[in-house]
Design a protein around this ligand. Structure first.
Ligand code: ARG
Length: 296
């Protein structure tokens, strides 16, 4: 199993990739201490105050969407002083390995976020996952940058802004999954999950302006259907931070009308929700949860 960093190295098609077990549970973190206290991405402005009441409502609503789709949602306790802990896509990368639950913990790029990882460490330990770590000098931001291909034993590895490309060798050693790396070279799209939404095993939604030329060619080489979101919706209202947990329903920030029309024309069901309070910190639907191998 390999890390594919160049277009020429792609010597397989999706149909050659083995299937993997699905992740069934959702992990979210309660937003009690969510706030914009520092600025580590272009969306954050610490003078733009969070409305806590509104944030609670939006978070509860997202949680109930997952529940209504049949997912079991686990909730991590909030921790004072960790305002970005709510973005549970970032601190870890859980997976099944030979039928066992394992997790690779992240090395966050910002010191403001590093302590979040220890909260996740404790939670995974309690939940009996085998815990793996990557060398501290390799930045890795979990499923914000490393995104699993639906049903396939293949990971798409974003790098360039946060995660370091070297982290993928280590991720590959632990997971044994094929990894295709994608270089992001546009600051606005600081994690892969801000510009790349996997929908089903053949269809992906992307913001093409986010990627290097070669990485864009890698996406087109492997995916049969690539839907392109309009740049204004992707860069301003997180159209590509949507989440399609079941290959059918796409949970997306409300108001992304052009993207929603495109999704519907490809047969997907759009589930709109408001994450505007969380967008003040640079995150929307995909960032606010982690899909984990089912606990029971
Ligand atoms: N303020 C957080 C950061 O900059 C937001 C993280 C959003 N998460 C994501 N997966 N894109 O790290």
């Amino acid at each position: 199993m390999t890390v594919y960093t160049s277009l020429n190295s792609l010597d397989f098609d999706l149909s050659d990739v083995t299937n993997r077990e699905r992740d069934f549970d959702v992990l979210m973190a309660h937003p009690e201490y969510f706030d914009v206290k520092y600025e580590i991405n272009p969306y954050m402005d610490s003078s733009n105050k969070v409305n806590n009441q509104e944030a609670f409502k939006q978070w509860e609503n997202l949680k109930s969407i997952y529940e209504s789709l049949g997912y079991n949602v686990h909730v991590l306790e909030p921790v004072e002083g960790l305002p970005d802990l709510v973005f549970t896509a970032n601190q870890s990368f859980p997976y099944f390995h030979n039928g066992h639950r394992e997790v690779v913990l992240s090395n966050m790029a910002s010191k403001h976020r590093q302590n979040e990882v220890e909260q996740l460490n404790d939670w995974y330990k309690k939940s009996e996952f085998k815990i793996r770590r990557i060398d501290r000098n390799k930045i890795f931001e979990g499923m914000g940058d490393a995104i699993k291909h639906p049903s396939k034993d293949l990971i798409w590895g974003g790098h360039g802004i946060r995660t370091s490309v070297d982290a993928y060798k280590a991720l590959n050693n632990y997971t044994r999954s094929k990894i295709v790396t994608l270089k992001i070279d546009n600051n606005r799209f600081y994690h892969l999950d801000t510009c790349f939404t996997v929908l089903d095993s053949k269809t992906v939604l992307i913001a093409p302006d986010a990627f290097s030329k070669e990485s864009l060619a890698k996406i087109h080489r492997l995916w049969p259907t690539v839907i392109e979101a309009p740049i204004n919706e992707a860069a301003e209202s997180f159209a590509c931070n949507a989440h399609c947990p079941d290959k059918e329903s796409v949970i997306i920030q409300e108001g992304n009308t052009q993207t929603e029309e495109l999704l519907e024309s490809h047969g997907f069901k759009v589930v709109e929700t408001d994450t505007s309070e969380f967008m003040k910190a640079g995150g929307s639907v995909f960032c606010m949860k982690m899909m984990i191998p089912s606990l029971n």
